[in-house]
Design a protein around this ligand. Structure first.
Ligand code: SF4
Length: 324
């Protein structure tokens, strides 16, 4: 591990000053991903700015019915929050399906948005990886690709985004609040992560001097919701496929629907095409299957991950059937 400087910020302004003064600095939240990446020599900051003491851990209900989640809220606290459990149960379900109890106690909401892929080759410095070393190639495309993405891929990278929480947030139209010395801006979660295209090393629209301060959830949509994760073992595993869905049915037809997918996309994948097919359609298994197929039609699979297309279709159908 390389030598680096450590700065503990006591308030947001101090954190922003520290990140601005040091060109190769990184914010440190729970460290559950960044510290691993530093040990592996993938992330090489000269300075880490510890933001875990910032007063950004609260979960507040706002007068308009939305909920503001501070970026330093720990995953375990957020999952157990009564407001989240009662009004946004799929957020709790997504959080509790991720990592282990110990990791959830450390990991923060802001860090969850910033976590990097778990593509095997990204962590293997003997392998070509455009995300780790731009222009070096992609070992996954000709290699073992079982865990890789089928939606949003490019010839440069097919790494999945690993977050469960972000899939639920994508379905809920969450908004990310970020601050810098230039002020505050709000970014829809669905626009926060980038597709890999020809520059997979750039994963979000966040500037290097911007700090995630909160995630805002609009009032929950009508109907029922669920997050379901399919994985190789019952805990401490990343999604092969996951589905976050909110569904309302009136007189047998779909009156409102939100759908997002994890484990299959290079970013948390909002399934707009499936939603378009479903809205107003009969709430039947045929409609659910047609919607899933429409969303997955552009899927491009690699030699070992074609099963994800079928698995995603079946998981979407099962979740929507249960909610209906
Ligand atoms: Fe690297 Fe992306 Fe290829 Fe994985 S899929 S080896 S992260 S470039």
């Amino acid at each position: 591990m390389r030598t680096f400087s450590y700065v503990r910020a006591e308030d947001v302004d101090a954190a922003l000053r520290a990140i601005t003064e040091e060109p190769n600095a990184k914010f440190l939240g729970g460290g559950t991903n960044l510290v691993d990446l530093m040990r592996e020599d993938i992330e090489r900051p000269d300075t880490v700015v510890d933001v875990t003491r910032l007063p950004l851990a609260e979960v507040d209900e706002l007068p308009d019915g939305s909920v503001r989640i501070g970026a330093m809220a720990r995953n375990s606290h957020l999952a157990a929050n009564p407001v989240i459990q009662s009004r946004y149960p799929l957020v709790s379900q997504a959080l509790l399906s991720g990592a282990s109890g110990q990791l959830r106690n450390m990991a923060t909401v802001g860090g969850n948005l910033m976590q990097r892929t778990r593509c095997l080759y990204f962590y293997d410095d003997a392998a070509a990886c455009n995300k780790r070393s731009p222009g070096s190639g992609c070992a996954a495309i000709g290699g073992f690709s079982r865990g890789n993405a089928v939606l949003g891929t490019s010839s440069s990278c097919a790494a999945t985004h690993p977050s469960d929480l972000c899939v639920a947030l994508a379905a809920l139209d969450a908004v990310v609040e970020v601050r810098s010395s230039r002020g505050t801006r709000r970014i829809p979660l669905v626009d926060f992560h980038r597709l890999p295209a020809s520059s997979p090393e750039i994963e979000t629209v966040l500037a290097s001097d911007e700090l995630i301060t909160a995630v805002e959830l609009p009032p929950p949509p009508s109907g029922c919701s669920q997050y379901r994760k399919v994985r190789d073992r019952a805990s401490y595993a990343f999604a092969l496929v996951s589905v976050a869905a909110c569904l309302d049915v009136v007189d047998g037809s779909v009156s409102a629907v939100r759908l997002a997918l994890g484990g299959v996309g290079t970013k948390p994948w909002r399934a707009y095409e499936a939603e378009r097919v479903l809205l107003g359609a009969p709430a039947t298994e045929d409609s659910f299957r047609a919607a899933a197929r429409a969303e997955l039609a552009p899927a491009v699979s690699l030699p070992h991950n074609a099963f994800k297309v079928d698995l995603a279709e079946r998981t979407v159908v099962a979740v929507l059937r249960g909610l209906a």
